[in-house]
Design a protein around this ligand. Sequence first.
Ligand SMILES: NC(=O)c1ccc[n+]([C@@H]2O[C@H](COP(=O)([O-])OP(=O)(O)OC[C@H]3O[C@@H](n4cnc5c(N)ncnc54)[C@H](O)[C@@H]3O)[C@@H](O)[C@H]2O)c1
Ligand SMILES: [Zn+2]
Length: 377
Amino acid sequence: MTTQRELPLSDAGFPVDSAESMLSYPVLVGARAIEAAGELCRPFEHVALLADETVLGLHGERLGDLCNLPTFILTPGEANKDWKHLGQILEFMSSAGLSRDSLLLTFGGGMTGDMGGLAASLFKRGMSVGHIPSTLLSQVDASVGGKTAVNLPAGKNLAGTFHPPRFVLADLDLLRTQDLNEWRSGLGEVVKTALLARAPLFGELEKAALSIANPESADYETLSTLVQACIRTKAQWVQTDPTEQGSRKALNLGHTFGHAIEHATGYGTVPHGIAVAMGLVLAMNASKATGTLLEHDLQERILQLLQNLGLPRSWKECPKSEQTPLSTRSLVQGLAQDKKGQVAKPRFVLPQAIGKVLWDQELETTTLNAVIDGWLA
Ligand SMILES: NC(=O)c1ccc[n+]([C@@H]2O[C@H](COP(=O)([O-])OP(=O)(O)OC[C@H]3O[C@@H](n4cnc5c(N)ncnc54)[C@H](O)[C@@H]3O)[C@@H](O)[C@H]2O)c1
Ligand SMILES: [Zn+2]
């Protein structure tokens, strides 16, 4: 019998192992996943911790003895996901005496995982990293798949590598302290992933939406199933194309527009996954405008789902819209910075149906402007 506070370390097909998902590393999902950290760190002679300051303060005691590891504490905020802080992390790793046989353990959200993954891939030309993702977004998305990055002034995630972790421990109990805005950011990536799933995940999410809309009152058993399904879906797309030469680009659904929203409003103003949720609406509208959409009730279903999850369906519904100006011009400029497209000609992932998208799609300037104008109105 499981209670809300004591979810099992999932046995429903998890941990994801290489046979299950084709990922070459274990992913544990469950309320006590963090307890496996000591065992998974043991093979490494030296281990150091890269921890988000807030997460360390709230949940540090759950690391047990690992709390005594040499630790670099990262000040939260997307603005700190930059070259300067990456350099400080690398210097810390050097002074902690790490070698190529060491492990860097990250403890935080996607920002911490992305920076830790990049630092580990650069340090002494590559050492191991293990992730304990502490946000919904990083559990369903950022920690799995091996992408690492920091932002450059010119754009988001412009300097990065592919560096898969040695393990991922997605401990659901860490999520209960997330604030609502960051929670919704994770839900944005959940919606994106459900749209890419070939299994009936999208319908399950529609049914569960109201019960997972808030981290404090969420039904964590249902959430556990959804997190596992999202990780499996992501793993399937990653496995077909680990270094994003083709089909993995599908995972960027909503991201070309989403990154442009983040860029145009200033990084950190709109949380990544909320920008992605709005990017999904824009991509859906572009799909409809270009005749790409095959499943005609999909647009309505997505809008309803976003509403039930408390996610904005237009710029006006985004709480940041009151203080933050956003114009078609600034969004088009932001699009030109997206690393997934050519500088002058952004490329988009356009949905056709659930589990079916087209990537590398270009849009006529008039269509693009009309889609953005409509969404901003
Ligand atoms: N590598 C990938 O494939 C990939 C995929 C998606 C997103 N990302 C990246 O992930 C980043 C976003 O990650 P994120 O949404 O996890 O944000 P984040 O890591 O910036 O964390 C958001 C905020 O939540 C706080 N926080 C984290 N865990 C908490 C908890 N359990 N309780 C209370 N507060 C907590 C942090 O201190 C921070 O203030 C972006 O930089 C994005 O580019 C990477
Ligand atoms: Zn994302």
